[in-house]
Write a protein that binds this ligand. Structure first.
Ligand code: 3PG
Length: 204
C-alpha cells in the first residue's frame, strides 16, 4: 500500500481548503478532524497557504497536504512547510519525478488515459480525476478507469455533498475531494464539524 493509498482511505472525503486568513487555519482543521475528516488539502491558491499548512499540522490527528502544486519550486516549498501529501491539478514529468524522489505521497491530476500512462511511467497508480464534473463526470471516469484495472482515483472539481455518494460508489474511487465542506468566509466551527460528520458518513 503506497502512502497516498493509505491517506485516500482515511475518510471518504478530502476537504479542499482555501485558507484566506491564517487565524482560520487551526479552527478549521480542529472542526474537520473532530467531524471525522483527518486528511486536509490546503490549496496553494492563497497567500497564507504554506503558513496554514504549518499551523494545521499542530492539530492532533490532522494529516495536512498541499493542493494545486504546479511545479518543482512549489513542491519544495510545501515540503519545507511540512506537507504530508501533495496534489497537483495535472501531471508533468519533472514534478512527478521530484515528488517521487522526495518520497512524499503524491496525487497528480489526471484527466485522460494519456495522463494515467505518463503516471505509470513515473511509477504512480493513484490520481486526482480533475476537474471531475467538467471533465465528463462519472461516465468519463468509468470509461477511463475501465482501461486500467488497478488505478485508483480521488475525483475533485464540482463535487457536492449531494453527488459525492455517486462517485464513491465507483470501484476505482477511494475518496473524493471538494471544497463544499468548508464554505468561504469566517469559519463556523460547529457548522464545519457538522458538514464533516455528514461527509464522513458517506460510503466509499
Ligand atoms: C480542487 O482544488 O481540488 C478543486 O478546486 C476543488 O473543487 P471544488 O471547489 O469544485 O470542490
Amino acid at each position: 500500500m503506497s502512502g497516498i493509498d493509505a491517506i485516500m482511505r482515511l475518510a471518504p472525503v478530502i476537504p479542499v481548503l482555501m485558507i484566506e486568513r491564517l487565524e482560520d487555519a487551526v479552527p478549521i482543521a480542529e472542526a474537520l478532524v473532530a467531524g471525522g475528516l483527518p486528511a486536509l488539502e490546503v490549496t496553494l491558491r492563497t497567500a497564507c497557504a504554506l503558513d496554514a499548512i504549518k499551523a494545521m499540522k499542530q492539530v492532533k490527528g490532522a494529516v495536512v497536504g498541499a493542493g494545486m502544486v504546479l511545479d518543482v519550486q512549489q513542491l519544495l516549498e510545501t515540503l519545507e512547510a511540512g506537507a504530508e501529501f501533495v496534489t497537483s491539478p495535472g501531471i508533468g514529468r519533472s514534478l512527478g519525478q521530484a515528488a517521487q524522489s522526495a518520497e512524499i505521497p503524491y496525487l497528480p491530476g489526471a484527466a485522460n488515459a494519456s495522463d494515467i500512462m505518463l503516471g505509470f511511467e513515473l511509477g504512480l497508480s493513484h490520481f486526482k480525476f480533475f476537474p471531475a464534473e467538467a471533465n465528463g463526470g462519472i461516465p468519463a471516469l468509468k470509461a477511463i478507469a475501465a482501461a486500467f484495472g488497478k488505478v485508483r482515483f480521488c475525483p475533485a472539481g464540482g463535487i457536492t455533498h449531494g453527488t459525492a455518494g455517486n462517485w464513491l460508489a465507483l470501484e476505482s474511487v477511494l475518496c473524493v475531494g471538494g471544497s463544499w465542506v468548508v464554505p468561504r468566509g469566517a469559519p463556523d466551527k460547529h457548522a464545519i464539524e457538522g458538514a464533516a460528520r455528514a461527509a464522513r458518513a458517506l460510503h466509499a
